[in-house]
Design a protein around this ligand. Structure first.
Ligand SMILES: Cc1cc2nc3c(=O)[nH]c(=O)nc-3n(C[C@H](O)[C@H](O)[C@H](O)COP(=O)(O)OP(=O)(O)OC[C@H]3O[C@@H](n4cnc5c(N)ncnc54)[C@H](O)[C@@H]3O)c2cc1C
Length: 573
């Protein structure tokens, strides 16, 4: 973000150089006034040829002529200097109007005008000297001056999500003076997404959409932002930051990568070169084609959920409509259904959830656990419609009409499409990077490397897991683990992906589960149950050990079981 102070700091050396040049001109004018007309004749008078045999008249005429020409020279010089001074002032004050990049190219010209001592003097001069209006006649920069953003970043991270933030931290941990620049097209500093579909909905704070603070299950409150603004260095100060730091360019999108030239182009045409680059562009929520083709009225009553703004707008919708239908039975759809379902008991909002599977989380959980989960979701106030395949959506009589393939019709006010994620590989073409045809995402090796100085982490990375083979994972902890690994490798660690990330989901405050490895309902299942006690609530378990496991459902694939227990831990009360 642009601050006047920051811009002024950038411009101060330039201002000092310029103002010193001006002062130099003034001084020169002073010397000219004093020396040229006076010194020469005085010197002449004191050391010049004596005599002339008493030809005093001639001598007086000579001295008089010299005096007159001296005065004339002084006047001309003064006028010339004054004109140059005025021109210089005009030129300096017009600089404010120019862009920061233009300004950056100007100092050498200015510096060339000044002698070396002047440049050194300018560099050593305190800020106060440079800004003293009587000396420089240069006003402080206007608030709308553009910041001078770095044109080079030793570490450039594309995307401002979890993976990028984790990478920034590990880069700084291994290379403490590192200068890390994160470019994100979101308006926000890096934040975590999981609370957007969970804790934030259960907050008692009426201003939660503004504070974005939530209570964790252990009762402690925190913000969804990984760090407060004070953690970051201003982007325009990054290049000059003595100890480096992490800077974030918000609201800017990388639209082109020149891999051979080691540079990227942003959506405002700015170019940034890099030494090492991380792509952590996450993904874009999918929508149903039948919705995309259904016209404007349907689209404007449909939410695809991923960002802070989506949370804010769905919160608003849930307060102003009578019926919301969630399409999708996976993590996100089920979490949002429970969150909205809880609200339905308070406001009478109708919450419907529909999906093609037989039960909630049907692609992940074995059937009996999926059925059990569905009952829990219903208890949260959700009308669950199973085995529902959407055939068409239309807008009629002020309502959305969802027709299912089996003939059922659902009328609702708003749709939340929670039907998966498309990994964001927009840069693949310009960068010439490979996209995996099976899993999607940028194809990288076990070190998460796509090219010699390009790494990919998080949802957008299709990596080679040295234990489980080629995979792509869309989970928070994976974003942390892979971001951290990429950051380490960007600083020369050369480590392969081996640490298995976990994932979790919470369906309301009573149901939570954690898992590791490849968890898929098509794998054979072994269930190990322990009787739940009062201590086994998610909250109590978290407080005690940081985990929430009451019973274990072990999804055991014979091929992988030697290396991994594919564990899904289900908590219930
Ligand atoms: C609501 C919600 C709840 C979730 N809950 C859980 C959970 O309970 N448990 C779990 O394990 N996982 C959960 N996840 C998944 C988890 O949040 C993601 O796996 C994780 O955020 C992925 O991190 P990432 O850094 O790869 O991508 P992201 O967090 O998506 O970050 C990518 C960023 O890059 C930006 N970007 C993209 N392209 C460009 C570009 N060209 N230039 C600049 N910026 C760009 C995007 O706008 C975005 O800000 C949840 C996700 C959501 C949406």
């Amino acid at each position: 973000m642009l601050t006047c102070r920051a811009v002024w700091k950038k411009l101060a050396p330039l201002a000092r150089a310029s103002s010193t040049v001006c002062r130099q001109n003034v001084r020169r004018a002073g010397w000219n006034n004093a020396r040229t007309p006076l010194c020469v004749p005085v010197a002449h008078m004191s050391t010049g040829p004596v005599g002339g045999g008493g030809d005093n008249l001639k001598y007086a005429l000579l001295v008089g002529a010299a005096f007159v020409s001296g005065i004339t020279y002084a006047v001309i010089t003064l006028k010339g200097d004054q004109k140059r001074h005025v021109e210089r002032m005009t030129e300096i004050s017009s600089r404010k109007q120019k862009s920061a990049s233009q300004i950056q190219t100007e100092p050498p010209v200015t510096v060339m005008e000044a002698p070396l001592e002047t440049i050194l003097e300018a560099a050593a001069a305190p800020d106060a000297e440079a800004v003293a209006p009587s000396e420089t006649a240069e006003p402080p920069p206007a608030a709308d001056s553009k910041p001078s953003l770095p044109s080079h970043a030793p570490y450039l991270l594309i995307g401002g999500g979890t993976a990028s933030f984790a990478a920034a931290r590990s880069i700084r941990a291994r290379d403490p003076g590192a200068k890390v620049l994160i470019v994100t097209d979101e308006p926000d500093l890096p934040y975590m997404r999981p609370p957007l579909s969970k804790e934030l909905w259960f907050s008692d704070d009426p201003s939660v959409t503004e504070t974005l603070r939530f209570k964790q299950w252990n009762g402690k409150e925190r913000s969804i932002y990984f760090q407060p603004p004070s953690f970051y260095v201003d982007a325009e100060e990054l290049s000059g930051a003595e100890n480096g730091g992490v800077a974030v360019l918000t609201g800017r999108k990388v639209v082109h990568m020149d891999v051979r030239g080691n540079k990227v182009k942003l959506d405002d045409d700015m170019e940034i070169s890099y030494d090492k680059c991380l792509i952590a562009t996450g993904g874009v929520p999918r929508n149903l084609q039948v919705i995309e083709r259904a016209g404007e009225e349907v689209i404007k009553r449909t939410t695809v959920f991923r960002k802070i703004d989506d949370f804010k707008s769905l919160d608003k919708v849930s307060r102003n409509t009578q019926s919301i239908t969630i399409i999708g039975g996976g993590f996100l759809g089920s979490e949002l259904a429970c969150a909205l379902g809880r609200r339905s008991t308070e406001t009478g909002l109708e919450v419907i959830q529909m999906f093609p599977e037989k039960g909630n989380m049907g692609k992940v959980l074995p059937e009996y656990l999926s059925n059990w989960t569905t009952e829990k979701v219903k208890k949260e106030g959700v009308k669950v419609i199973r085995e529902a395949v959407v055939k068409s959506v239309s807008f009629k009589d002020d309502k959305l009409e969802i027709k299912l393939k089996d003939g059922r019709v659902v009328r609702t006010d708003h749709i939340v499409a929670a039907v998966g994620l498309e990994p964001n590989v927009d840069l693949a073409k310009s960068a010439g990077l490979e996209v995996d045809s099976d899993f999607g995402g940028y194809r990288v090796n076990a070190e998460l490397q796509a090219r010699s100085n390009i790494w990919v982490a998080g949802d957008a990375s299709c990596f080679y897991d040295i234990r489980l083979g080629r995979r792509r994972v869309e989970h928070h902890d994976h974003a942390v683990v892979s971001g951290r690994l990429a950051g380490e490798n960007m600083t020369g660690a050369n480590k392969p992906y081996w640490h298995q990330s976990m994932f979790w989901s919470d369906l309301g405050p009573d149901v939570g589960y954690e898992a590791i490895g490849i968890v898929d309902s098509s794998l054979p299942t072994v269930g190990v149950f322990a009787k739940a006690t009062a201590k086994d609530t998610p909250k109590a378990a978290t407080e005690e050990s940081g985990r929430r496991a009451q019973c274990f459902n072990i999804l055991d694939d014979p091929i992988f079981c030697f290396f991994f227990l594919l564990v899904c831990c289900i908590g219930f009360v």
